[in-house]
Design a protein around this ligand. Structure first.
Ligand SMILES: Cc1cc2nc3c(=O)[nH]c(=O)nc-3n(C[C@H](O)[C@H](O)[C@H](O)COP(=O)(O)OP(=O)(O)OC[C@H]3O[C@@H](n4cnc5c(N)ncnc54)[C@H](O)[C@@H]3O)c2cc1C
Length: 435
């Protein structure tokens, strides 16, 4: 094991939380200032709001509007320490974790690592498609989209231009649906103004989904409404179509179709981020970690798992909870209460998920919303979608800027965020890569 991460000894029990996403952040906010020394680790120095990544990738929002520096959230907090570090392995018997910046001992460890993209073992898909799980991936996609438009202007071969203007999204969950809607709006409102030399009809957006309907977590009714909205926006929705290869030029489906495209966005699956050091038995098939109702890993009483990475079966959710922000937030809240109960020797409270509903938007004015006891579609659902997302963002400044951006876009159909800023390649890249 390497050098130690220096954290002063406070005499309090040390609670190490790995991951400052929805779950980890909620827990850290609720437990900081209590009887524990809290150490939060994240591989980034910011919290990212994933539900709006698609707007960054289509130049609708600035990356900074959906990211928030973790250190700023915890300014002036005592017994709190943040370190930017990636978890590598856990030694549960010695209660030590190894990270890329050193080792750290814990009294309690909470894993809130979230999930990563799942390519289901398809190497060609992994090597050539664009995932959309992080802000940096969303910026990459934004640059790719804008670069395709620029390149298309200077290309004379018809099939090359078509490949540049063919955008394929794989996966018809909320991410795929929202992204397809946003790209369709770029076709309608941006191409004619910014790229008058490109015929907008040549830009094609294809959405491939292996299942018979879109938005698998929602009702059949909402699924078919979303489908209708997308078709109205000119998106080619292909249901029951499983993509099984993409070499960077040609995308192939299981039923023998192929399509020429330079851009494939993979939004078709997730798998847990598997830290080293835990036995295989603790993981499910999708690399989630099995926990009891108190977010404990059975057999490892000092280790807890929350959010997307946790797999907890309850009577209401015999196949585990959905991997959505609300579950992670509620896990974080319940676990914080349980940590406080633990120190007082009180009985722990089992986790029970309160489903507040599901939302998905399609383009600028349409959405579907399934709230407890009511299903809404269209403009009203879109307003609810706006409000819910705005309120969930971290930071007043971010809420303000996102609101202004949305208002501007709604009234003027236009924004000035379509800048193509790419990292410069330096000579001493290995050195630069450290930063
Ligand atoms: C594009 C997209 C759109 C989505 N839209 C919606 C939506 O509309 N509504 C909804 O409810 N849910 C949505 N989700 C799902 C939602 O974002 C997740 O359910 C939620 O983020 C899970 O929270 P979490 O705390 O488990 O993990 P995350 O929020 O993913 O946080 C995990 C954190 O762990 C850090 N981390 C990961 N590995 C390491 C490591 N090895 N070492 C240190 N740190 C690490 C990451 O940097 C990250 O900060 C969406 C997800 C995506 C990707």
């Amino acid at each position: 094991m390497g050098k130690k991460i220096h954290i002063p000894d406070s005499g309090k029990k040390r609670l190490v939380i790995v991951g400052g996403g929805f779950g980890g952040l909620k827990l850290a906010r609720k437990i900081t200032g209590s009887e524990y020394q809290v150490v939060l680790l994240d591989r980034h120095n910011y919290h990212q709001f994933q539900p709006l990544l698609y707007q960054v990738s289509t130049a609708g929002l600035e990356p900074s509007s959906i990211s928030f520096p973790l250190r700023k959230i915890f300014q002036h907090k005592t017994n709190f320490h943040f370190r930017m570090a990636s978890l590598l392995t856990i030694d549960p018997h010695r209660k030590i974790i190894e990270t890329d910046i050193g080792t750290l001992n814990y009294d309690y460890l909470v894993l809130a690592l979230g999930v990563d993209t799942n390519y289901f073992g398809m190497e060609s898909v992994q090597n050539n498609t664009i995932p959309m799980k992080t802000v940096s991936e969303a910026i990459y996609l934004r640059n790719k989209v804008l670069l395709n438009f620029e390149k298309a202007l200077n290309e004379s071969k018809t099939e090359e231009v078509d490949a540049m203007l063919n955008f394929v999204i794989v996966g018809g969950g909320p991410t795929g649906v929202e992204l397809a809607g946003a790209l369709a709006e770029m076709k309608k409102y941006v191409i004619p103004k910014d790229y008058p030399d490109i015929d907008p009809n040549r830009m094609q957006i294809h959405l491939f989904e292996a299942m018979p309907g879109l938005l698998a977590g929602m009702s059949d009714k909402s699924s078919s409404i979303a489908n209708k909205y997308l078709e109205k926006l000119g998106v080619n929705v292909r249901l029951n179509t499983m993509v099984n290869a993409y070499d960077g030029k040609i995308l192939k489906t299981k039923n023998g179709e192929s399509i020429r495209t330079d851009t494939v966005i993979w939004a078709a699956g997730v798998a847990g981020l598997k830290p080293g050091g835990l036995p295989d038995e603790v993981f499910t098939k999708g690399n989630r970690i099995k926990t009891d109702r108190f977010n404990h890993i059975p057999d490892f009483p000092e280790i807890f798992v929350i959010g997307d990475l946790s797999y907890m079966e309850t009577e209401k959710y015999p196949k585990g909870h959905p991997q959505v922000a609300q579950v992670a937030i509620q896990h974080g809240k319940n676990l914080a209460e349980n940590f406080k109960r633990m120190i007082k020797g009180e009985e722990l409270k089992p986790f029970e998920y309160k489903d507040k509903g599901s939302l998905a938007t399609v383009g600028r004015k349409l959405a579907v919303a399934e709230l407890p006891g009511i299903r809404i579609k269209g403009f009203i659902a879109w307003i609810i979608w706006l409000f819910v997302h705005l309120m969930q963002l971290v930071g007043i400044r971010n809420r303000f800027f996102v609101f202004i951006n949305w208002w501007w876009n709604y009234v003027l159909y236009d924004q000035s965020l379509r800048v193509l800023i790419r990292p410069k390649l330096f000579r001493y890249q290995e050195k630069i890569a450290e930063y």
